[in-house]
Design a protein around this ligand. Structure first.
Ligand code: SF4
Length: 360
């Protein structure tokens, strides 16, 4: 059974009552530790769904994804008023565009801080990202008047690493947690807003429950995020079992501990050596190998590519990726959704047909 998860509203109140600051952070990769070293608590903004997106639509082209449309609409309707700063990682062209729009045109009262991420990995990318974190440190110092020491930074990093190791343990034990697909991802996604220490406590409590491995048709879920979450209950109801994921907001953020004793470099290592992600420019070959190994180790029979409509970095790779996986004996389907809409009936039918095909 799923342990009770505090709500976002409760967490924001707790943070504010204790004098902490809140950062609204857009997808996908950033350093939680850097913010926490300044007592700034990251609360991630993946849309959210179910927002009147007309206000955002006035500034954005129709072919920009629903995550960006909703984030802008949410901001314009006061949804981010609790935030003391807004961080916009340059994950993709759409988020880069949103960052510029906010800084140059909309100019909200809240500070907007972009985060430039390098493409791919290697020494140059590592040095670039470490330098980027260093300049972010300077910017946050100006904003807060604080100057965390090297030890403060390392302590914040260790707290996040501990939490991420527990997340990793949860993933490795996912089949004996007794959680449905929906509850498992409710738990995983609470990392989007729970402070590391609360998340660690929650996962430790959840891991106390050990059940028999669950039956079901084993699949991998890939894409950006499982939203609307009804997709997970749909898979539950159809006897599907998500045994592994390649979701940008979930499994692709299973950050391993860094190695460097230098804090900014260690923050950079954690992100650049995470599982392959097209938004970080990782190669197709790397993704094929990663998904193939994931299928073999998890026993998955197929992959559902559950994509946000107009998500260029994801959709660009898909034809070649699916073709390569097919040659390796792994079937897949692609589903494109708008996070603002309820799960279309037609999607449920396609998932049912896919699961039935895998089961035969
Ligand atoms: S869904 Fe794709 S296009 Fe939209 S913000 Fe995320 S990465 Fe960018």
């Amino acid at each position: 059974m799923l342990k009770p998860i505090p709500t976002r509203r409760e967490i924001i109140k707790e943070i504010k009552d204790e004098g902490g600051l809140v950062a609204a952070v857009l997808p996908i990769h950033y350093s939680r530790a850097l913010l926490r070293a300044f007592s700034i608590y990251p609360l991630e903004v993946w849309g959210p769904p179910k927002v009147d997106d007309n206000l955002g639509g006035a500034h954005l082209q129709t072919y920009v994804c629903s995550i960006v449309h909703n984030a802008l609409s949410f901001l314009k309707t006061g949804g981010l008023d609790d935030a003391d700063l807004i961080m916009v990682p340059h994950t993709c062209d759409s988020l880069q565009g949103l960052g510029s729009l906010l800084i140059d045109l909309i100019k909200p009262e809240t500070a907007v801080i972009p985060l430039y991420l390098p493409r791919d990995k290697g020494e140059e990318s590592l040095s670039f990202l470490a330098a980027e974190f260093h300049s972010l440190f300077t910017r946050l110092s100006q904003l807060t008047g604080k100057k965390p020491s090297r030890d403060d930074l390392l302590n914040a990093i260790c707290r996040e690493e501990e939490s991420d190791l527990l997340l990793d343990k949860l993933y490795r034990n996912r089949q004996t947690t007794g959680l449905s697909n929906l509850d498992f991802y409710r738990l995983v996604r609470s990392r989007e807003y729970l402070p590391a220490e609360s998340f660690s406590k929650l996962i430790t409590a959840q891991l106390q429950t050990v059940t028999e491995p669950q039956p079901g048709i084993p699949i991998i879920l890939s894409g950006i995020l499982p939203e609307p979450m009804a997709v997970l209950s749909t898979i539950d109801n159809m006897n599907g079992l998500v045994v592994a994921d390649d979701l940008a907001g979930c499994g692709r953020r299973r950050y391993a501990p860094g190695k460097s004793p230098e804090p900014f470099r260690r923050m950079a290592e954690r992100i650049l050596y995470a599982p392959p992600d097209p938004t970080r420019g990782n190669s197709l070959a790397e993704r094929i190998k990663y998904l193939d190994e994931m299928a073999q180790s998890s026993g998955a029979k197929g992959v559902i590519f559950y994509e946000v409509k107009f998500c260029e970095p994801e959709l660009f790779d898909l034809p070649s990726l699916r073709e390569a996986l097919k040659e390796l004996g792994l079937s897949s389907i692609t589903i494109e959704i708008d996070i603002n809409n309820p799960l279309p009936h037609q999607v449920a039918t396609r998932i049912a047909a896919f699961l039935e095909m895998l089961d035969n």
